[in-house]
Design a protein around this ligand. Structure first.
Ligand code: ADP
Ligand code: MG
Length: 260
């Protein structure tokens, strides 16, 4: 795959394997993964359940050390979790005893940022997630979509170099899900964020990503990588409707055939 911009690689994986050793067997969860994520890319990783998507995300996050192969971020080997790699999971991870603002401020506060910077950061992200009016609310007072927005803001408040998202919208109802997708697309663009998002939904991958990575299972490996224009089209043209785009439908079908 040729990269058309001069952007820097954020993450580089070379021949990465991960095997889970269980009592009775060794599960080769991901096999020989080569992947480069460049600055500003929105990479969507799609594949059937059990193909190793979460395992791959955890090796990039630094939660799992590859059994073999190399994983680097900004030319440094990935060793353990780091705030530069923010992770958003399927279910929102918020502290129930902290309100929305305090949840967002948690990271910068732990990293001993100045009071002024902490306040500016939480103001900015409260505005970005359109929850300024809910700053004093507690997680139990929020809807699922709102909670997931706070989880995202909490991660972004650390100003991570890379945001890793593992099926972040799959627990949401269909309407909220589409709203969250629109929302994330705008946040990605506005903040020039680099994102890796995992999904088992091909349409979600095609409509959000600048690049779609297709994985297949047994063992989990990368089948193909596509650069796709749909997210940019949605952002730049209000009259564009992805579901009327025959290229999109064709590509969706191609990927479906690859993974099924
Ligand atoms: P996905 O996120 O694509 O559904 P996972 O990365 O969760 O896939 O899992 C990939 C493979 O590794 C599956 O076969 C799964 O059963 C196996 N696996 C995942 N976690 C563990 C674990 N902790 N111990 C043993 N096997 C695991
Ligand atoms: Mg998973």
């Amino acid at each position: 795959m040729t990269q058309t911009t001069n952007d820097e690689p954020v993450v580089e994986l070379e021949h990465v394997n991960y095997e889970y050793a269980t009592k009775n067997a060794v599960v080769h969860a991901i096999k020989d993964i080569d992947l480069t994520i460049y600055q500003g890319e929105f990479v969507c990783l799609v594949g059937p359940s059990g193909c190793g998507k979460s395992t791959l995300l955890k090796t990039i996050a630094g939660y799992l050390e590859p059994t073999s192969g190399e994983s680097r971020m900004e030319n440094e080997p990935i060793k353990g979790p780091h705030w530069k790699r923010g992770v958003v999971f399927q279910s929102p991870t918020l502290y129930p005893w902290l309100n929305v603002r305090q949840n967002i401020e948690y990271g910068p506060r732990t990293r001993k940022k100045s009071k002024k910077e902490i306040k500016e950061t939480s103001d900015y992200y409260l505005d970005q997630i359109e929850l300024s009016d809910f700053a004093g609310h507690y997680p139990f007072e929020l809807s699922g979509g709102m909670k997931q927005r706070v989880s995202l803001a909490r991660v972004l408040a650390n100003k991570p170099k890379l945001v890793l998202m593992d099926e972040p919208f799959s627990a949401l109802d269909a309407i909220t899900r589409v709203k969250m997708q629109d929302f994330l697309r705008i946040l990605w663009k506005r903040n020039k964020q680099t994102i890796l998002l995992i999904t088992h939904d091909i349409e979600e991958a095609l409509s959000l990503g600048t690049k779609v990575v297709v994985m297949t299972k047994n063992p989990g490996k990368i089948q193909s990588i596509f650069s796709v224009p749909y997210s940019e089209k949605i952002l730049s043209d209000e009259t564009y409707h992805i579901e009327e785009d025959s290229e999109f439908m064709k590509q969706k079908y191609t990927i479906l055939k690859e993974i099924s």
